[in-house]
Ligand binder design. Structure first.
Ligand code: ADP
Length: 592
């Protein structure tokens, strides 16, 4: 096979190469919605290259061979063009098997007929080699199928142009420009082709259509570079509506359903899913509030309850009336937003608030009788001292301890309510740390005499803080250390001061806490489940400690290892009193 390149064929081959490059660029770099355009460009490249090689050939066999290559591009181009446009305007749903067969039937036939033409002459009725000019050209007379293919060609082109122009007529300026570029690129070769069909052939048997594609490639290339053609494409509104989490229903002016998105199909009763064209009222006949609003020309939001089988769902339905430019009413859009979860959350919140309220009231109500019980117990204790009956004393000590425990629980519950309401008050005074530690140790030893509490570090410090609250934190740490390390003998309190920060740690050698649970310890009502040892508690002590320490500007934390024990610690800034007093919510007591 010998090719004699000439200026015409070289131009076509270079143009084919550039077009192929653009096809690859579109395919690799750009959005899926414009990828079919890369195949359209590929068909153009094949057409150009094929014809370039036809023009370089000297024998009839070679010409026919390259002509077959060219025919692949020529036959497939209109089908690929229309597919690209359909995809671009987001009407893929049109592309079912039958439309695809319809679109590709003629190209496939054309291709087959060109390749087998020598047997039937349906595409070319005759041909011969014309060597009269500077190039060896194929002089052809076209057969009947050529006419069919030409009609198909122009139909596809017209359809594509129509779809493009109607889609982007009202689009933003950039998208309009982009669509104009595509239309211009497509129109140029067809205009020349039209001349060719009409018999205007200045170069005799030379087909100028493949040359005019050079202009098309140039226009598309300009679009790619200057208008970011195919780079930013509008997301079709239909796609947005389809992807919406809310149900969308569009009604015409007679309240007939004309569009519905997939989410809305889930909302309407199953048996009514084929609803397009029916009256809206048949959808939800029992939901009067909706049917009433739909009958009016107003915008409104109504809350409706709909049933999905047994499950009741609540929707906020936004109804928007649509009007044409000349104010004539044209229909409605209904937006169904599922607010069931929101309602459930609100109900839970209300319940939680009621529970908190109950807790506050109950704790208050319990505190009064318990306090007076404690008073009576003290009186009985005094009387029993005179009686000198050890059995009585023992019972009274036990009763006292239980009442103290009850008082502790109730005041913890009250503290939780105060923290939640932001009403916890702090009373800052200057006090001696050693005394506070001694008080806590006494309290702890009264409850659990079997543990030895060791103090390490310098306790002889003056601290400015709310003494009762800091005592509450330390006592809570100590009572936990004793409670959750029942079989251990020692608990260590350690005092350390560094960079004007006081750190108080309480270490026990008990059960310890696993790593993943450490971060939840300071949450309200959090308790680690312990099936072997049933240790009583409410899970609010550490929550209160956390609030107290934070409000003092300190830090609270824990280090622990399962089976070895835990160290709970908190820090307090050893800053002067005025810096605490400046925080308005703190009530500062006078200090001597
Ligand atoms: P309570 O002790 O009343 O349950 P807290 O808020 O004081 O409430 O403690 C929360 C949880 O932290 C406890 O239920 C327990 O599981 C865990 N915990 C606290 N201190 C210790 C400790 N020293 N050792 C092991 N676990 C502890």
């Amino acid at each position: 096979m010998s090719l004699e390149l000439n200026i015409y064929s070289i131009i076509l081959l270079i143009a084919a190469f550039v077009t192929l490059f653009m096809a690859l660029l579109i395919n690799q770099r750009l959005d899926k919605s414009v990828q079919p355009f890369s195949f359209t460009m590929l068909a153009i490249a094949i057409w150009m290259a094929g014809y370039g090689l036809v023009l370089s050939s000297t024998s009839i066999e070679e010409i026919l061979f390259w002509n077959r290559l060219q025919s692949i591009g020529l036959a497939l181009l209109p089908a690929l063009w229309i597919l690209s446009i359909i995809k671009l305007i987001n009407k893929e749903r049109w592309l079912n098997t039958s439309t695809l067969i319809l679109i590709f039937l003629i190209p496939a036939s054309t291709l087959t007929l060109i390749w087998t033409d020598e047997w039937h002459h349906l595409y070319y009725s005759s041909w011969h080699l014309d060597k009269s000019g500077p190039l060896s050209l194929l002089a052809v007379t076209f057969g009947p199928w050529y006419k069919i293919n030409t009609v198909y060609f122009y139909m596809m082109l017209g359809w594509g142009l129509f779809l493009l122009s109607s889609k982007f007529r009202t689009a933003d300026a950039l998208f309009r420009k982009q669509s104009n570029v595509i239309m211009l690129g497509a129109l140029v070769p067809w205009v020349f082709n039209l001349f060719y069909q009409a018999g205007f052939r200045p170069y005799k048997h030379l087909d100028i259509t493949p040359f005019t594609f050079i202009l098309t490639s140039f226009i598309i290339g300009f679009g790619l570079l200057r208008l970011r053609l195919f780079d930013i494409m509008p997301i079709a509104r239909e796609r947005v509506i389809e992807a919406m989490q809310e149900g969308v229903l569009v009604l015409d002016k007679q309240n007939r359903v004309i569009d519905i998105n997939p989410e809305m199909r889930k909302i309407i009763p199953f048996e009514k899913r084929d609803i397009i064209g029916s009256d809206f009222r048949v959808l939800f006949p029992e939901v009067y509030e909706l049917n009433i609003v739909v009958d009016k020309y107003v915008n409104d939001v109504v809350e409706v309850s709909l049933y999905d089988g047994e499950i009741r769902k609540i929707y906020d339905v936004t109804i928007t009336s649509l009007f044409e430019e000349n104010s004539t009413y044209s229909g409605k859009i209904l937006l169904f937003k599922d607010v069931t979860a929101f309602h459930a959350k609100e109900a839970i919140n209300q319940l939680m608030n009621k529970k908190d309220e109950f807790l506050t009231i109950a704790s208050h109500e319990l505190k009064t009788p318990i306090t007076s019980m404690k008073g009576y117990l003290q009186i009985i204790e005094k009387i029993s001292e005179k009686e000198q009956n050890p059995a009585y004393r023992n019972f009274i000590v036990k009763a006292n301890r239980q009442v103290d425990k009850l008082i502790g629980l109730i005041s913890d519950l009250l503290d939780v309510s105060k923290i939640q309401a932001g009403k916890m008050q702090y009373n800052f005074t200057e006090f001696n740390l050693e005394e506070l530690i001694t008080d806590c140790i006494t309290f702890s030893e009264n409850n659990s005499p079997s543990h030895q509490i060791v103090v390490k570090g310098n306790t002889k410090l003056q601290v400015i803080a709310d003494r009762n609250r800091i005592e509450q934190v330390l006592c809570n740490f100590l009572s936990n250390a004793v409670k959750y390390a029942a079989t251990a003998k020692v608990v260590i309190i350690e005092i350390a001061v560094k960079d004007a920060i006081l750190k108080i740690s309480v270490t026990d050698f008990g059960m310890g806490i696993s790593k993943e649970k450490l971060s939840s310890l300071f949450q309200k009502f959090y308790r680690i489940e312990n099936k072997e040892q049933q240790i009583s508690g409410l899970g609010i002590g550490l929550f209160i400690c956390h609030d107290i320490v934070s409000r003092h500007g300190g830090e609270i934390g824990v280090e622990s290892e399962v089976g070895k024990g835990s160290t709970f610690y908190f820090t307090l800034p050893l800053t002067n009193k005025t810096s605490f007093a400046s925080q308005s919510e703190y009530v500062t007591a006078s200090t001597q």
